[in-house]
Write a protein that binds this ligand. Structure first.
Ligand code: 5GP
Ligand code: ZN
Length: 134
């Protein structure tokens, strides 16, 4: 827990939220500025800014909860989004997974996808590097 963190305050109940689910490791609630109907956040109770700060055992329930929320919203199309760092669009420094229904072209998440040209030599070199470290 971090005393200054807005999501830790939500978990504690010091700031109210529309809570959808809570267990000993996970908390889920409606986003206050939704991109679409049903936009919700699923967060580990463990405080950490980035995904890499969170122990594995605190992440295990996250996707099943996001899946359940997607199901109960009735969303046919949706995005799961988790931002890490300011340049990657993270505003709140407590790890959170967005579940964002995509009901049409204008509501929900809009994505820029600046795909680079395929370069097999580069891909192979990167692959060898990462594989040796994993
Ligand atoms: P980020 O850009 O960090 O991935 O997203 C942060 C999200 O948290 C935003 O979608 C924002 O609307 C939501 N948010 C920020 N403050 C609050 C709050 O006090 N209550 C709720 N329910 N959502 C919040
Ligand atoms: Zn926190």
């Amino acid at each position: 827990m971090s005393a200054a963190c807005i999501f830790c305050k939500i978990i504690k109940g010091d700031i109210p939220s529309f809570k959808l689910f809570e267990s000993d490791k996970v908390f889920a609630f409606l986003d206050i500025q939704p991109l679409s109907r049903g936009h919700a956040l699923v967060i580990p109770k463990y405080h950490g800014a980035k995904l890499t700060d969170i122990p594995d055992e605190d992440l295990q329930e996250i996707l099943p909860v996001a899946k359940k929320i997607a199901q109960v919203t009735g969303a046919e199309d949706f995005n799961i989004l988790q931002n890490n760092g300011r340049i990657a669009h993270q505003v709140v420094d407590h790890v959170h997974f967005h579940m964002i229904p995509k009901p049409n072209q204008t509501e929900g998440l809009g994505i820029e996808w600046p795909a680079q040209d395929t370069d097999m030599d580069k891909l192979k070199a990167l692959f060898e590097e990462l594989k040796s470290k994993i």
